[in-house]
Design a protein around this ligand. Structure first.
Ligand SMILES: [Zn+2]
Length: 305
């Protein structure tokens, strides 16, 4: 076993942990708010957290890995930009971690890191090819091929949220139309519910209606909410099935806030997949690692198998 320092650098929170390279267990962890000041401020906070953790942990770390909330260049070392905070453009994050901590460093975007974490230590364990999808406010994903993270030629692989399902569909955050994210994400469900407010939510300020409210209302029997939910889940099932027909994964691991709906989400998705996926042998599983997935994912980038 060796100890790896893993960072989860998100838009609002920064978490760090010491991870056991054999088991993926998080041996110690700390978290702090993400500073708003761009790359140098973020780097400073990371160093602070990392050094505090290393001081507490007796065994020296062998590597540093970062799960970053934004696209990363195909070198696996340089941040392309942050999705949340300006000032991260083309930042050499891996090199800076190496200078600071004196060990090799690797980085990946958060969905890719989560995919690798779930593959090595979570719900994806035991297959050879895996698709990971996270469905929250947006939809992200990562692809494991032959046991390795598939980043693609220019590191854009796994962007399942931007598979184009309905070219005349709603506007998407990427600038396109009708991407899966514009049809099935938490934001798109909330958008639909604000546009046509379900009966049981009509006394609410529309601006405060969330996807969670729609799920709760649909489960309580509100037919309007149910229609919005089924529309979103229907497209999600189509999206997952299409991705399966491209990749033929053994397991699809689904994470993110929407999976809190449990079987209310998973049962209809399995029905759609049974009908749409060629070969039909793909398992659909809920992500297993919870909110330490980013820390474990950062560390997993540094474990060669
Ligand atoms: Zn898009």
């Amino acid at each position: 076993m060796s100890a790896i320092l893993g960072f989860d650098f998100g838009g609002t929170k920064l978490a760090a942990g010491i991870v056991d390279s054999d088991s993926g267990a998080v041996l110690a962890s700390m978290r702090a708010p993400t500073p708003a000041g761009g790359a140098e401020a973020g780097m400073e906070r990371m160093i602070e957290l990392g050094q505090m953790l290393c001081a507490k942990h007796p065994e020296p770390i062998s590597a540093v890995g970062v799960s970053f909330g934004g696209p990363v260049e195909s070198d696996g070392r340089t941040v392309r930009l942050s999705m949340h905070i300006p000032g991260w453009e083309s930042f050499p994050l891996a090199a800076r971690c190496e200078q600071t901590f004196g060990v090799p460093a690797r980085i990946a975007n958060d969905a890719d890191a989560a995919a690798l974490a779930e593959y090595r230590f979570g719900a994806g364990h035991g297959c050879t090819h895996m698709l990971y999808m996270t469905v929250s406010t947006g939809i992200g994903g990562g692809v494991i091929i032959n046991g390795s993270l598939h980043r693609g030629e220019h590191a854009w692989a796994g962007e399942v949220g931007h598979m184009i399902l309905k070219p005349d569909g709603p506007a998407c955050a990427c600038g396109g139309n009708g991407c899966l994210e514009s049809l099935s994400s938490g934001l798109s469900i909330a958008r639909d519910a604000r546009a046509q407010i379900p009966a049981s939510l009509r006394d609410r300020d529309p601006a405060t209606i969330t996807a969670r409210d729609v799920v709760t209302a649909a489960q309580a029997g509100d037919a309007d909410a149910r229609r919005i939910w089924e529309h979103a889940v229907g497209w999600l099932g189509i999206g997952i099935s299409s991705a399966c027909n491209l990749i033929n994964p053994g397991i699809v691991v689904l994470g993110g806030g929407l999976t809190g709906a449990g079987e209310f989400l998973f049962a209809p998705l399995r029905d759609i997949m049974a009908y749409r996926v060629l070969g039909k042998a793909v398992q659909l599983k809920s992500a297993a690692l919870g909110d330490v997935v980013g820390i474990i994912g950062g560390a997993a980038l540094c474990i060669d198998r």
